[in-house]
Design a protein around this ligand. Structure first.
Ligand SMILES: [Zn+2]
Length: 299
């Protein structure tokens, strides 16, 4: 086969490019919060792709060919797990044909596997709505659990990219130190909320409420994933509550109505990194939550 110098140089150059690209860890993050966490823990060492953005509902995502292609070339997939991505991730994993990122492999990391889950149903009954059988998966909303997840994720990075383990270890120590300082400050601010009563839209706030020591007295959704209806709202109105929580993805009409009926504030909180302006990394994400929820009176 004839091979001229030009194509040979092209080939060598191509190989060189592939070589440098492989030096970086290719990470597929199912949700924006995990993309943000990988960026904290790996910095320049990782090429991070976020499969969903803050405007998407991670319960319902289309398994598009572009996502399959991204997963195919990934060294590590970082997801929530606990059935949150059950409608799309297994299909992506089947079609990507990348054995590295299959469940049970070091290249698949589920954040929910690193922490204790709340709301584990005693018996699974699909008639109860969009119930997650392994427990509530929305763990990104507790800054204490975030630290546990970060530690486990850093260990995983050190395992699958052992050559760079010192770098990951240093970045984890730096992150943990900064997070603990921020966490102590946030806890000081939110202490005033302890014992308050809250109505939520969807039950994604359970971990936040757990951290805040706030009681959930009801959900706008009659059952998880089932849209609010008038009869249910009228019942909720009878409750005594201090505030209503919702995410920017939720329909505002039900909370607007309840807010006017009960005379309490309805607060829109980011449910993930980037969901509202000024919440583009993990620190500003929790900073925004703390600021918005403690601004109660002026909401
Ligand atoms: Zn959910």
């Amino acid at each position: 086969m004839h091979c001229n110098n030009r194509s040979l140089i092209g080939l060598l150059f191509g190989l060189l490019l592939v070589g440098t690209a492989q030096a970086k860890l290719n990470v597929f993050a199912c949700e924006p919060e995990w993309a943000a966490l990988v960026t904290e823990l790996a910095g320049e060492q990782a090429e991070v792709f976020a499969a969903t953005h803050a405007g998407q509902d991670p319960h319902h995502v289309q398994a598009r060919p572009s996502l399959i292609a991204r997963l195919r070339s990934a060294d590590l997939a970082v997801c929530t797990g606990a059935e949150l991505e059950t409608g799309w991730m297994p299909m992506l994993q089947r079609r990507a044909r990348n054995p590295r990122v299959l469940p049970g492999q070091p290249g698949y990391f589920a954040a929910t596997g690193a922490v204790t889950l709340l709301e584990k149903p005693a018996a699974l009954d699909r008639a109860e709505g969009d119930v997650h059988g392994e427990g509530n998966p929305h763990v990104q909303l507790d800054p204490r659990r975030m630290l546990e997840i970060a530690e486990a994720l850093s260990a995983r990075l050190q395992q699958i990219d052992a050559v760079n383990s010192t770098l990951y270890l240093r970045r984890w120590q730096d992150f943990a130190a900064r997070w603990q300082v921020a966490l102590a400050r946030w806890q000081g601010v939110v202490a005033a909320l302890r014992g308050k009563r809250v109505v939520v839209h969807h039950q994604e706030w359970v971990y936040l409420l757990d951290w805040l020591g706030v009681q959930r007295v009801g959900s706008l959704e009659p059952k998880p994933g089932i849209p609010p209806n008038m009869a249910h709202l009228a019942q909720l109105k009878q409750q005594s509550a201090d505030l209503i929580l919702l995410s920017p993805l939720n329909d505002k009409k039900p909370s607007d109505w309840l807010q006017s009926q009960m005379g309490i504030p309805a607060i829109v909180l980011p449910h993930t990194v980037g969901a509202v302006p000024g919440s583009d990394d993990l620190f500003s994400f929790f900073e925004t939550i703390v600021k918005r929820i403690t601004a109660l009176g002026h909401a």
